[in-house]
Design a binder for this molecule. Structure first.
Ligand SMILES: Nc1nc2c(c(=O)[nH]1)N[C@H]1C(S)=C(S)[C@@H](COP(=O)(O)OP(=O)(O)OC[C@H]3O[C@@H](n4cnc5c(=O)[nH]c(N)nc54)[C@H](O)[C@@H]3O)O[C@H]1N2
Ligand SMILES: Nc1nc2c(c(=O)[nH]1)N[C@H]1C(S)=C(S)[C@@H](COP(=O)(O)OP(=O)(O)OC[C@H]3O[C@@H](n4cnc5c(=O)[nH]c(N)nc54)[C@H](O)[C@@H]3O)O[C@H]1N2
Ligand SMILES: [Mo]
Length: 687
């Protein structure tokens, strides 16, 4: 048995250091690497099962060519050479006839390694194809709103919470998405009393275990933060010297916005009591080093950007950003100032057409001059995870579209491909990683050789680039060379590292300073943002009712809440039988009052519907959600042809800032579904 030190490459803020236990070329077990101080020797429930993911019987063994209809399951096995020849012939013909912008590379984050994630983007950049604005399905709204306020800089180091005196999990279910921070918090709470507050419309597992669950209405976080600021100003509890030195525009906020957020109005908007608003403000004012962990979920709605801006401003009022353990944490990725562009943006035409990640359906159906004719998808399952998934599938259905999907599994998206290529999982690749929830980075070799005929993203894109005649050196470099590229012209703390030592170094910490730095143009926390003003957006954090949401809320009795599944990460683990059983059949959750009003019973099949689609899920009845909400955890592949998937109900509207997805600006109703459907449902487990 050999043990290989690796890094978890799943899209997760924790970026665990892991030990891969390998016997006879087979991965037998994954355990946490005790030598990483933050992830501290334990892996989550999902990653514990990665050996089953790697050796799953459902993996694609060879390249496939579609033989039936798009979206069906009929494929035949072909060789790699044949597959690559066909792809290159088709792409060259498309480029000759329509130009390179008729191609779209749609690669995303399933492999968090900088090379396997970056080089596919580099390929399409160099080809001059239509370019993906990646990540709008996920974090562009919160990230842009953070950048507009603090600048591109990481937040509080989660390893400094020993110095915090209040912890607020604001719109984040730590027990699902940030389990190592959760463990740290539990350890801290065993050592000394420290209040843990969770602000979330539903009673998540984090909310269940905290000291105070503040159950706000969806999309009202900005109002709550502004209400607290109102009280801090009213009661003379602000750190005026710190505000003057480190922030920009507080006087404007104080004059133009805060007077509107009295505790009474804040309570009306958020659904809390006036006493709760006053109490929260008092608790916050007393704290010297409050640590706010911001989730992304609360920003995936129409006014999500404003929510992040308002919450980020809050610690500035009491001077908390200046103290170790105090401030806010959304992400840390900006702290790693690597030379990403060397890999992601090699030489290539300058201003090709842009396509927003979340509007794949629109790009495929509506773009003209030229239409998209060739699509390459890797590390992404947009037929399930993209908003308006029905539109995505209609786009993928186009007979004149040549689609290639690279994935370890025959996903719903892959079923629409003309050619499917078998991908390795991260444990079969070598790469370099940096976290987005802590301050560690690490190099990792592969644990086992590629399974079947699987190729890594790196190998595939380099092979395609060479066959397409691209000459940029990154398309011939080894992992070692690419690592050097990442560190050549790195800036900030990454520039201080010796590249030759990185491979052997294990986890490397790039710690920020104790006092929060602001990397905005003014080098201050920008409460007033000139850049937002210039873009025609509200320059001050504010809360206003969104007129489209108000219109839909008047038409439909329920609002959708989506949250990460505990045993699934989007659709990545659907091939692990144990985990899909633990997560259960795709389901929704309704409050007992809403279920009673519709005469629905626990466990029955229900229909979720609005103008966009009808989706069928099993019903769970629980008061973990308030009345008026239907919770759908995770994004699950339709269990059968009639069931559909939650994102068919969601529109492809953008957020206020960062052109992100608005899953939670979805309004709908739920009704009983006939048992016939339930019986037909039995055909397959969940895939
Ligand atoms: N187990 C698991 N882990 C994951 C993932 C997964 O799918 N499963 N996904 C990974 C990925 S890609 C990402 S980007 C991160 C995602 O991580 P995030 O999206 O940041 O997830 P959470 O922060 O848990 O956000 C969801 C929480 O926000 C709450 N919420 C929703 N709307 C509101 C609101 O208006 N206000 C407030 N206060 N709360 C609200 C939800 O109820 C839920 O508890 O996690 C990663 N980790
Ligand atoms: N309703 C709703 N929808 C959401 C969200 C939500 O909160 N609510 N969250 C959104 C968020 S945060 C995100 S990030 C997106 C995620 O959406 P996607 O990026 O589509 O995530 P997955 O479904 O995990 O798909 C990843 C695919 O990559 C494959 N894969 C794994 N490793 C590799 C590899 O090394 N190479 C290749 N080529 N493929 C690989 C997996 O098998 C899987 O099919 O979903 C978004 N969708
Ligand atoms: Mo994400």
């Amino acid at each position: 048995m050999s043990v290989v030190r690796v890094v978890c490459a799943h899209d997760c803020p924790d970026m665990c250091s892991l030990l891969a236990h390998v016997e006879d070329g087979k991965l037998v077990r994954i355990t946490g690497d005790p030598k990483q101080p933050y992830t501290a020797g334990y892996a989550c429930a999902k990653v514990n099962r990665d050996a089953e993911l790697v050796h799953s019987a459902e993996r694609i063994a060879t390249p496939l060519r579609r033989t039936g209809i798009k979206g069906g399951r009929s494929f035949t096995s072909i060789g790699w050479d044949e597959a690559l020849d066909e792809i290159v012939d088709k792409w060259q013909a498309i480029i000759a006839k329509f130009g390179p912008s008729a191609l779209l590379g749609y690669a995303y984050s399933a492999h968090q390694g900088q090379m396997n994630r970056g080089v596919p983007l580099g390929l399409f950049h160099a080809l001059g194809s239509s370019r993906l604005i990646a990540g709008t399905v996920c974090d562009t709204c919160c990230e842009t709103a953070w950048d507009m306020t603090l600048g591109p800089v990481g937040g509080v180091d989660p390893e400094t919470i020993d110095d915090s005196d209040l912890i607020i999990s604001w719109g984040c279910d730590l027990t699902a998405v940030n389990v190592h921070l959760w463990t740290r918090i539990e350890q801290l709470r065993r050592k000394r009393p420290i209040m843990l507050i969770c602000i979330d419309p539903r009673r998540s597992r984090t909310a269940e275990r905290c000291d105070w669950h503040i159950a706000t209405r969806i999309g009202t976080d900005a109002a709550l933060a502004l209400g607290v600021m109102h009280v801090l100003v009213r009661d003379g509890l602000c750190d005026d010297a710190s505000l003057k030195e480190h922030t920009l525009g507080f006087d404007k906020l104080k004059a133009d916005v805060l007077p509107r957020f009295t505790p009474v109005r804040t309570a009306e908007i958020t659904g809390l009591t006036v006493e709760d608003v006053e109490r929260f403000a008092a608790v916050f004012a007393r704290a010297r080093t409050p640590f706010i962990r911001l989730g992304e979920g609360m920003t995936r709605l129409a006014r999500g950007g404003q929510a992040v801006r308002a919450v980020c401003v809050l610690p500035a009022l009491t001077g908390a950003y200046g103290r170790r353990g105090g401030g806010a944490l959304l992400m840390t990725a900006s702290a790693f100032e690597l030379n990403y562009n060397a890999i992601r943006k090699p030489s290539g035409p300058v201003s090709p057409r842009l396509v927003n990640h979340l509007r794949l359906g629109e790009a495929l159906l509506d773009l003209t001059d030229p239409p998209i004719r060739g699509l390459f998808i890797a590390g992404n399952n947009p037929a399930v995870t993209c908003p308006d998934a029905g539109k995505v599938r209609r786009g993928l259905h186009r007979e004149d579209l040549f689609t290639v999907v690279h994935d370890p599994f025959l996903t719903m998206t892959a079923r629409y491909a003309d050619i499917v290529l078998p991908a390795t999982t991260y444990l079969e690749t070598e790469d370099f990683y940096r976290s987005y929830g802590s301050y560690y980075m690490q190099y990792a070799p592969r644990a086992v050789t590629p399974q079947g005929e699987a190729w890594s993203n790196l190998r595939l894109t380099q092979a395609l680039a060479q066959r397409m005649g691209l000459t940029d050196p990154i398309f011939r470099m080894t992992e070692r060379d690419l690592l050097k590229e990442l560190f050549t012209h790195a800036t900030g703390r990454c520039a201080e590292l010796e590249v030759d030592t990185i491979e052997r170094a294990g986890p490397i910490k790039v710690a920020p300073s104790d006092a929060q730095e602001f990397h905005t143009p003014s080098r201050k926390l920008e409460i007033f943002s000139q850049r937002l003003w210039d873009a025609g957006l509200s320059p001050l954090p504010d809360w206003q009712e969104d007129p489209d949401e108000a219109r839909d809320a008047a038409r439909w009795p329920l609002r959708l809440l989506t949250a990460p599944g505990y045993f699934q990460a989007h659709t990545t683990y659907e091939a692990v039988r144990f985990l899909r059983r633990r997560e259960g059949r795709p389901f929704c959750v309704l409050h007992p009052d809403d279920a009673r009003a519709r005469a629905l019973t626990h466990g029955q099949l229900v229909r979720l519907f609005n103008d966009r689609a009808t989706v069928r899920l099993a019903l769970r009845i629980s008061d973990e959600v308030p009345p008026g909400i239907v919770l759908v955890p995770g994004q699950r592949t339709d269990p059968n042809d009639e069931a559909g998937t939650v994102n068919m109900l969601c529109s492809d509207r953008y957020t206020d800032i960062g052109a992100g997805a608005t899953y939670q600006s979805t309004f709908l109703d739920v009704a009983a579904e006939s048992n016939d459907c339930l019986r037909r449902d039995g055909r397959r487990d969940t895939r």
